[in-house]
Structure formats: structure tokens, C-alpha cells
Design a protein around this ligand. Sequence first.
Ligand code: ZN
Length: 285
Amino acid sequence: MQKMGGSTQIGRVFGIPIKVHITLWILLPLIGLHFATALGTRSLLWGLLAAAGLFASVALHELGHSVVALAKGCRVREILLLPIGGMAQMDRMPSRPRDELQIAVAGPLVSFVLALAGGLLGGFATTLGWRALGTTLMVLGGINLMLALFNLLPSFPMDGGRVFRAWMTPRLGRLEATRRAAKVGRIMAVIFGVFGLFNGNLILVAIAIFIYMAAGAEYRTVRIQEAMNQHQFGPWAPLAQSWPDEREVLVGPAPYEKGHASSIFARPVRMQHDLFEELFRDWKW
Ligand code: ZN
């Protein structure tokens, strides 16, 4: 996942460009409709607000990783929001296990805080009689809880997998730790994939494919780096020194519909509008 075309920058936080991929712009109205249905409201506006809140939550999760990474001297190129989640693209990820662990944990920590805030503020809004706002905030709180927990599963190269690798590195060395973490990551990806297929959750299937490929890719990168390091003083030294900085991505997948037996693709969405009813009647995914 080197360079992704077709994204637009929506802002800049701590000097980090926040970008939204074109596929997310296309899917956003559908996700909004899905939320509107799930919230039991007739207003598409609340659905869209919830969808925006979801991706703001994902962006904040990635910012959590990024702020700690910046403090560790890494460079964060950008945060990219995709339908499968967010990515903070970093240069010079630290190879010190302690640093990696702290960067990996920061994202889920932000999500836990947002979950708590969503629950509390949602409850408060509901007691004031602002039901739509209360429900939306509580749903967003729940999503953030899912986001934190899902990311902490040991599915390398996602957060929990990075924690797992950082934990093993002092004992096994970086290469062997990465090999084992990637292996567990791939097993987890297969489990997600099968689960997603059986439940018709195509987003989860897409996440599973991404994790499977990214786990293998990152293991290969570490293998090459280790090989290069061994040749630092030999005939390959010039090549080893010119090897570009490690480029890694942290992924926070789309948290919506986790644990639910369906996704926006799998279920005929009940529309309030005749136009949409016409458009989606023949959708069979
Ligand atoms: Zn994360």
C-alpha cells in the first residue's frame, strides 16, 4: 500500500495531512443511510452525522498513533481514511520494541476514551430529552469500543499484532518475532475472512484480505532489512546504506457492524425514500 491515488485532503492536524479516499466519498451516503436505518430515525441527516462521527473517530484513533510516533522522532506522511478504516503512513518506524509498543497502544487508548465520552455524553443528552443526539452519541461510543477491541486482537500488522511482536522481539529478535506475529496475523485474517463470508460482511472480508497481504509484506520487508544489516560492512554496504527508510502503515479497520450478522451490502436496506427504493431493489450482493 505505497501510494494511493484519488484522495482529497480535508485538513491538517499537527502538520499531518488528513486525506479521504475517493471510495469513502462514494460509500459515505450509503453508510449514512445504513446508520439512519440502524438508528431508527427517518432523518438522513442523523445518519450522515453518525457516519461522519465514525470516520472522525477513526481519524482520531490514527492521530493517537501519530502523535506518539512524532514524539518518538518518526515522520508521519499522512492519515488516509478508507472504507476499511484508517491508515497512518509513517517513515522510519522505530525498531525499538518499547517505542513500537507505545505507538501501537496509543490508537486503541484514544478509542477507549472516545467510547467513554460517547457513552457519558449520550446518556446526558438522552436525560435532557435530546433523543436523536443521545442515541447517535451512544452508538458512536459503542463503535469506538469495538474499534479499540478489534484493533487489539493479535492480527499483525494491526495494533494488537504490533504489541505482540514488540513483546516477542527482546527474546526472539526482530525477524523471528515478525515471522511469528505475521503467522498469527494470517491465521486471524483467515478467521475474519471466513466469518465475514458466512455473515455477508464484505467490509470484514476486505479487511481480512488486507491483513493477510500486509502481514506477509511486512515480514518480507523485515527479512530484507535484516539481510541488509548483515552486509553493512561487506561488499553490499553501499546498497545497504542506500536502502530506503522503512515505510509502514498502521491500520484501524472500519468498526461498523462488528458482531452484527450483516453489513450495508448484505442486507436489503429499508429506505424511507422511493427513489432509493427504486435504485436498490435489485441489489443482490
Ligand atoms: Zn490502530
